[in-house]
Design a protein around this ligand. Structure first.
Ligand SMILES: Cc1cc2nc3c(=O)[nH]c(=O)nc-3n(C[C@H](O)[C@H](O)[C@H](O)COP(=O)(O)OP(=O)(O)OC[C@H]3O[C@@H](n4cnc5c(N)ncnc54)[C@H](O)[C@@H]3O)c2cc1C
Length: 317
């Protein structure tokens, strides 16, 4: 059995696809856990995407609480006895996985982008040292817990004819040591970087927030319209909201086209965009590290290059 849990449905689909592959290799089943209110048709969708069984529980939970969710998952794992538990590496998943591992006295591998079986062993690979190395890790005891970032695996297509077991479970929640006092919405401009096909990103090469109109225009002519940025633009200068932030501590993106304007290409930024299809970099410093990751590079002042590039694309389109 492979158990999966994700607080974000589309990452849940991706985890099921990987779980399906691992389970099939061992002749085992895939069980997804759906927790909380408003789970709607999620259980059915999980079955259509490859789960054999879905446990729906925790309907009394107002908000995600890692203490409650780890209690629930602990019960599920003790009952279902999986070899592996895949957990989405979201903010909530990252809080949940080590708690669960500690309750089960299990090993935990975080942010795996490859998981596979070799002989009797389950192995996972993760990027370490800010993208400078890959660690191959192996569980010495089972079950093993693995957190998986979004987009690490492709989901299976939905099969509306697929059937499976849906179990509604009432797992009693016990009083916990922490309590959620208030939930505040993050400032968001409604950007969905993970699903964007074209991203135009800005970095500290821009002199003022006003100048971001240049990449807005480039995004528009490319019919992409999705803006990304390096950390200083979102975290320090706050010219764009954090949902634009690409990188190790921001969003991991995989568009067909990524245009980096005035971004130096430090490893923490590249870790978030290196899987893009075609990478174009514009930087006035010919030695900027971004050019090592770029398929096309333009060495020049972005204030001169961008207007010309926009005009040229307009002509072409
Ligand atoms: C733990 C940790 C996590 C981090 N996570 C992230 C992350 O998720 N995402 C991220 O982006 N960063 C992250 N960082 C920060 C990262 O190390 C860099 O500091 C950051 O990416 C630099 O942003 P930048 O390229 O915009 O700025 P800079 O490094 O200052 O680069 C600006 C670039 O613009 C060029 N430039 C300047 N003027 C012009 C012009 N007129 N025309 C063309 N080019 C010009 C310069 O040549 C330079 O290459 C992290 C750091 C740490 C320590």
């Amino acid at each position: 059995m492979v158990v999966i849990f994700s607080d974000i449905k589309k990452i849940g689909f991706e985890l099921i696809a990987k779980a399906r592959e691992l389970a099939d290799k061992r002749g085992k089943k895939v069980c997804a856990v759906v927790i909380g209110k408003d789970t709607g048709t999620m259980a059915q969708e999980y079955i259509q995407r490859g789960a054999d069984k879905v446990i729906v529980t925790g309907s009394s939970m107002e908000h995600f609480n890692a203490e409650d969710v780890s209690d629930i998952l602990e019960k599920v794992v003790r009952e279902e006895r999986p070899d592996v538990v895949l957990i989405a590496s979201t903010k909530d998943g990252k809080e949940l996985a080590p708690r669960l591992a500690s309750k089960l006295d299990a090993g935990c591998i975080s942010d795996a982008n490859r998981i596979y079986i070799e002989g009797d062993s389950i192995l996972a690979e993760r990027v370490v040292y800010s993208g400078n190395g890959v660690a191959v890790e192996q569980f010495s005891t089972l079950p093993g817990i693995v957190t998986v970032p979004g987009k690490a695996f492709d989901p299976l297509p939905a099969d509306p004819g697929r059937t499976g077991e849906i179990v509604n479970r009432d797992i009693e929640l016990k009083p916990q040591r922490s309590r959620i006092m208030d939930v505040q919405e993050m400032r968001s401009e409604g950007v969905n970087l993970e699903d964007a096909e074209k991203i135009v990103s800005c970095g500290r090469g821009f002199k003022s927030s006003d100048d971001i109109k240049l990449i807005k225009e480039l995004a528009q002519v490319l019919k992409g319209n999705t803006l990304g940025c390096s950390r200083p633009i979102a975290a320090d200068l706050k010219w764009l909201s954090e949902d634009h932030w690409v990188g190790l501590s921001g969003h991991k993106v995989k568009p067909k086209l990524y245009v980096a304007c005035g971004i130096s290409g430090q490893i923490q930024h590249v870790a978030g965009m290196r899987d893009s299809g075609v990478i174009v970099a514009i930087n006035k410093d010919a030695d900027a590290p971004i050019f090592n990751s770029a398929d096309y590079g333009i060495v020049g002042d972005l204030y001169q290059v961008l207007p010309k590039l926009i005009e040229a694309i307009k002509q072409k389109m």
